[in-house]
Design a binder for this molecule. Structure first.
Ligand SMILES: [Zn+2]
Length: 267
């Protein structure tokens, strides 16, 4: 059976990376959730990128039963990091225990290099320590910095729960991540005509390490490129991955949702 011919009711999908707290969704957030449900997307993880978005993400996850959150400082926001922000993130996570389920998105971004790489590394490593202290999984943002990111993780986070979100590394970097026990998150770029490398990764990831995501409002799949992304479109990500893996959408939905539930300890 062709993946695309499957009924919608077959697939319960988990968008493991969507920034639904941001003002891009302020005018139609309820409708965004309704469209997600109609597409079989029933669960959501809302990561953060600075202190303010951490507060918003945590609040949204407390208000909703179908959405959990992460708190953390993105490498592009590294300048705000310090003892006070660390203490604030820790308190947000403790106040919303069970709803804040991870630290993220944190990591290294050498594309924008908003902060010096040395500063980014300090902020990254200190947040790994916070995740260890709170015993929370980690969501990694990495752009053009895979080798440095993996060098750090192999020392600091081997065999602990972690996803490399919107993975854009090569097969060798993927293997390094798998050898540490990490998960690989695949998003909209897998649908882009020039993304053969991402499709090769999507084909090669073991079924028990793959999770799917949109990174809404960013990284819209090819069909909606240039427009705002939203969780309903994780179905298009799943369809493309099912196609390249020659699997049924229902199977892919089943194990990627199960992987996410286990990774973020959602019972
Ligand atoms: Zn993100």
């Amino acid at each position: 059976m062709l993946a695309s011919s499957l009924r919608r009711s077959d697939a319960v999908l988990f968008d493991t990376h969507c920034h639904l707290d941001t003002d891009k969704f302020d005018t139609d957030r309820d409708a965004v959730f309704e469209r997600a449900y109609a597409a079989g997307v029933m669960r959501f993880l809302n990561p953060a990128y600075d202190l303010e978005s951490s507060r918003r993400a945590a609040a949204l996850s407390v208000a909703r039963t179908d959405l959990v959150s992460a708190v953390g400082v993105h490498p592009n926001s590294a300048a705000e990091w310090g003892a006070e922000v660390r203490a604030a993130l820790r308190q947000i996570a403790l106040d919303a225990l069970g709803r804040v389920v991870a630290i993220g998105e944190i990591g290294l971004d050498y594309h924008w290099n908003v902060a010096e790489p040395a500063k980014q590394k300090v902020v990254f490593i200190e947040q790994l320590a916070l995740a260890a202290e709170l015993d929370l999984p980690v969501i990694i943002h990495c752009r053009e910095a895979y080798d440095d990111t993996l060098d750090i993780l192999e020392v600091e986070w081997r065999d602990r729960p972690l996803v490399l979100h919107s993975f854009a590394g090569d097969l060798q970097q993927m293997q390094r991540a798998l050898d540490c026990g990490f998960h690989i998150g695949i998003s909209g770029p897998v649908t882009y005509p020039n993304a053969a490398g991402t499709r090769a990764v999507a084909r090669a990831v073991p079924a028990d390490r793959l999770v799917i995501e949109t990174d809404s409002p960013y990284l819209s799949p090819q069909k909606y490129r240039g427009k705002r992304n939203e969780p309903a479109f994780v179905r298009l990500v799943a369809l493309k991955i099912a196609e390249v893996r020659e699997e049924m959408l229902s199977d892919l939905a089943l194990y990627t949702t199960r992987n996410a539930m286990e990774l973020f300890r959602l019972g």
